[in-house]
Design a protein around this ligand. Structure first.
Ligand code: IPD
Length: 307
């Protein structure tokens, strides 16, 4: 069964779909940008999210009728489960808040898992015209058309990470990705804010004095820029498999590593909802910065269910 899965063909299909969806994102106007609330006022969905997910689902189910599909907008709590089956995992627009504000960091994220492991990842930001992709065992790359005028071809294909072998230091020299997410109260939110304080505070006050902290507003892009090696480490709790599955494959294929957002969790599941992505830079160095980050949590953990 496994050897019948053609990952190269799947990647080709996902890239074509991502570029088509990118056009829909770029051309969205008026009603297509209006939002509906999901969990609360900051967790929103637009008509474009729904239209793109419907399109992705219908194209994939025609071409791969026996494969499963998990999508952010069709997800049903307690019903939708990630299984061992070959599965497409879709976030039609990751960075929805950026999308509705016209802030140019939003993307479509299309992953493919088998036995719950990421095997193909495609992440496309149509506003910057940057595409990230990877196939398990075949490396990761980025096609950056940003500097090209329309019609000037495919852009430069760059292998990831962009500067292999660059030393991975401690948090003091790191560029760290964080997000505030949509859950804004309770234990997990308190933990987040306490960790952010420790992460940024001076050494003299017991902090890690992180070199720089960035919140891009898209989990998938945070992971892809960690794969590119321009972000050193990215910590997140609360997002879902569709936010991370594609980026995860790209990260691993770049030599980066995905570990858990909670201390001691070296091998998290794709749907664990708590993650720490670290860029390429050598196993020992990765371990050291991961443990330094976990140390900021002061023995506390995220508490959240995976469904
Ligand atoms: C959100 C973004 C954000 C992350 C949230 C996600 P959405 O996805 O990835 O960075 O912090 O947890 O829900 O809603 O823009 O698809």
């Amino acid at each position: 069964m496994a050897d019948k899965i053609d990952l190269v063909a799947i990647q080709g299909t996902l890239v074509a779909i991502a570029r088509h969806a990118g056009e829909m994102m770029r051309n969205a106007t008026g009603k297509e940008l209006e939002t509906d609330e999901k969990m609360n006022a900051v967790d929103v969905v637009t008509e474009t999210d729904k239209r793109i997910e419907d399109l992705v689902n219908s194209l994939l189910s025609k071409e791969y009728p026996t494969y499963s599909f998990v999508g952010e907008e069709s997800y049903e709590k307690g019903v939708t489960k990630l299984t061992d089956a070959p599965t497409f995992i879709c976030d039609p627009i990751d960075g929805t808040q950026n999308f509705i504000h016209g802030f140019p960091l939003a993307c479509i994220s299309l992953g493919f898992t088998h036995k719950k492991k990421p095997k193909v990842g495609v992440v496309y930001n149509p506003f910057a015209d940057v595409l990230f992709s990877a196939i398990k065992g075949q490396g990761a790359f980025m096609v950056d058309n940003f500097s090209l005028a329309p019609g000037q071809g495919q852009g430069k294909v760059k292998s990831l990470p962009l500067s292999p072998g660059r030393k991975l230091g401690s948090l003091e020299t790191a560029l760290v990705g964080i997000e505030f997410g949509s859950q804004r109260e309770g234990h997990n939110f308190d933990l987040k804010l306490e960790v952010y304080k420790k992460l940024t505070a001076s050494k003299g006050t017991g902090g890690a004095m992180a070199g720089a902290v960035r919140s891009m507003g898209s989990a998938a892009l945070n992971i892809c820029y960690t794969a590119a090696g321009v972000m050193d480490i990215y910590w997140e709790g609360g997002c879902y498999a569709w936010d991370v599955a594609a980026g995860w494959c790209i990260l691993e294929e770049s030599g980066g590593r995905m570990v858990g957002g909670n201390p001691g969790k070296w091998d998290p599941a794709v749907d664990d909802r708590k993650y720490l992505a670290v860029r390429e830079g050598g196993k020992e160095e990765q371990k050291r910065i991961v443990e330094e980050f976990w140390g900021l949590m002061g023995g506390r953990s995220w508490i959240m269910s995976i469904d």
